[in-house]
Design a protein around this ligand. Sequence first.
Ligand SMILES: [Zn+2]
Length: 281
Amino acid sequence: MNLKKILLVLLSGGILMTTACSSSDSSSVKDGTVSEAETTTTTTAPVSSEPEKTATTSFAFTEPELREPSEYGKVIAITFDDGPNTSTTMQVLDLLEEYGARASFFLIGNNITEPTHEVMRRMVTLGCEINSHSLTHSYMNVMSAEEITAEMDATAKLIKDVIGIEPKFFRPPYIAVNPKMYETIDIPFINGYGCNDWDSKVTTEERVEKVLSQAKDGAIILLHDSQGNTQTVEALKEIIPALQKDGYELVTLTELFHAKGVDPSLAEYTIFSFAEQTERW
Ligand SMILES: [Zn+2]
């Protein structure tokens, strides 16, 4: 079944309801399993005093197939921090869809709420990747090992409950790291080339210029889809087509490392800004 297929049922009362049923448990989905996308949303009935029930959602997706490394040309991984939300994140996804580009989203666990589940499902349906940016977006370099583990485990569970798989990469809040974090967290750390786009004083044009000036084969670009970050949305309207015109394929982090023949899980004390980075932190 097409991943995007949604059965729309127009009820006689004029209520548009999105429905799909599945008894499958998303937690049983393994990487690469071919299965159906299932979407269930609650219906807002015009006259109902009943409290809205939490939708029981089962969603599974097929991860994008990886080609042979030799079949990739120039690749860049655009990444976004601090989502998800239902406004700016959706505008970013609109652009990725329009240009046939994929990206990786580093989510803050505490931003994962019922309204953003649909946003997350759209991410993976478009071939994007969902990763971890911690639960509370705190400085983790002052935490105990137990606190670090709690941040990581809670976020991984929140993500898995929605899309069926756990995050593969971690971006430390504020890029603040220490040896304890490297020893406690077992997924690769990702940095990237940024343009301080969390600062509203950085104009759209400055963002475009900075990102394009740092573009190179294998690079990771660090942007933010925080709510209201419209300058980055505007910048993307220039960045994405400019990179594609330059011959870059915009890929996920998994694809980026695969295309470069790098296994990031083998790296120790490393926070990657490009796939073939060998310098340690
Ligand atoms: Zn952040």
